[in-house]
Design a protein around this ligand. Structure first.
Ligand code: B12
Ligand code: SF4
Ligand code: SF4
Length: 309
């Protein structure tokens, strides 16, 4: 076994021990094709008010701008599919937000992984990211063989579906590269497109972010949800899973074993009335470590009002 193979094996087995379901590796290089896709997406205004998507364009398409001398992009998937789900007739919270904030959970795991790489392999520089930095995470996952980018815009794994967070670790260490995932198993299916209540799923795997319920309920911050969307939210309070729930590949989802993603009891038990009567003080206590704090109390109240009135 060569040293590169040995190091690769060490990283993949350590990732599995840390609870990641998948680990794939791609060569760090500029993403020329994706740069064009991203540019066109931005030019069409599909990012709506998410102005952060306009920033750091070069960093987003070139890993060596984030980590000087970058050689490998390691992509890791962490399952968040919950063992138990909310009842259907109450305000719906996306499954990714049932438990503790994934940013903290994943950050901790990436820090440990990088530390163990340094201890066992030597002087290695790198940075870990999960939904918090200008990195085209789905593209790296596809490039490292983990799955395909589907019509609903998500990365799907053939074995376990799409209810995964994506994390990336960019390092200046040469590793064994995985083959990209070439096939696309969406075929002639259009279930997600047909089911999306706001017509946010366009052709060629392009998502109009500015029409997505996830955008309206999480990213809009202090702004009002446009009236033309009235009646289209299908009970979504925070985020939206519709295009994943209808996807046949998610029949293969298995509950996560990550303790931190165990649903907060309130999310499973709250009735519409409980959400309506929730006070700011109680919100701050109950959702202290939850992704819902991103929308703040006022955001959750706005969403609730928009859905129910
Ligand atoms: C901005 C953003 C959003 C926006 C815009 C959505 C979007 N599709 O861009 C909003 C707020 C609407 C959103 C919603 C959601 N998001 Co989001 N979001 C992001 C974020 C921060 C950036 C995505 C991005 O770069 N968009 C810009 C457009 C241009 O890029 P793109 O659609 O990703 O397409 C690029 C590539 O996929 C590639 N590409 C596209 N097609 C093809 C085809 C081939 C063959 C190839 C090679 C490449 C390729 O080219 C494009 C341009 O570079 C990422 C985290 C990250 N840093 O990557 C999370 C991320 C994509 N989101 C995630 C999740 C979970 C969601 C939600 C499910 C949350 C929810 N339940 O409410 C929804 C799903 C909506 C949907 N159907 O996509 C996960 C997806 C996990 C997965 N399994 O795929 C990510 C990766 C966060 C994470 N780290 O886990 N999101
Ligand atoms: S998350 Fe919901 S609103 Fe957004 S594209 Fe999917 S189905 Fe449409
Ligand atoms: S619902 Fe069908 S078209 Fe949409 S992502 Fe799943 S397999 Fe692909």
């Amino acid at each position: 076994m060569t040293l590169i193979e040995k190091n690769t094996q060490f990283i993949k087995s350590t990732a599995a021990q840390l609870g990641f379901s998948y680990c794939g590796i791609a060569k760090a290089a500029r993403l020329d094709e994706d740069a064009r896709r991203l540019e066109s997406w931005l030019n069409k205004g599909f990012h709506g008010g998410m102005t952060y998507m306009e920033n750091y364009f070069e960093l987003r398409v070139d890993p060596s701008k984030l980590v000087p001398g970058a050689k490998s992009v390691i992509t890791l998937l962490l399952n968040y599919f919950p063992g138990e789900q909310q009842k259907r007739n109450v305000p719906q919270v996306s499954k990714y937000a049932y438990g503790q904030d994934y940013h903290e959970v994943i950050r901790g795991k990436l820090r440990t992984l990088l530390q163990l790489i340094k201890e066992n392999i030597g002087e290695v520089h790198g940075r870990g990211f999960a939904d918090s930095a200008p990195v085209l995470e789905k593209t790296w996952a596809q490039k490292s063989g983990l799955g395909w980018i589907a019509k609903n815009g998500n990365l799907i794994t053939k074995e376990k579906g799409s209810f995964f967070f994506i994390a990336t670790l960019i390092i200046d260490l040469e590793l064994q590269i995985d083959d990209p995932f070439i096939k696309d198993y969406c075929g002639s299916c259009t279930r997600c497109i047909d089911a999306c209540p706001t017509d946010a799923i366009l052709d060629n795997k392009v998502i109009d972010g500015s029409r997505c319920i996830s955008y309206f309920t999480i990213e809009l911050k202090d702004m009002l949800i446009p009236g033309k969307m009235k009646g289209k939210f299908e009970n979504r309070l925070f985020g939206c899973d519709i295009c994943q729930d209808v996807c046949p590949w998610n029949r293969f989802s298995k509950p996560t074993s990550e303790k931190a993603f165990t649903p907060i009891p309130a999310i499973l038990n709250f009735s519409t009335n409980d959400w309506e009567e929730l006070t700011e003080e109680a919100f701050k206590v109950i959702f202290k470590n939850s992704p819902l704090k991103r929308s703040k109390y006022q955001g959750i109240k706005r969403n609730l009002k928009f859905m129910t009135e």
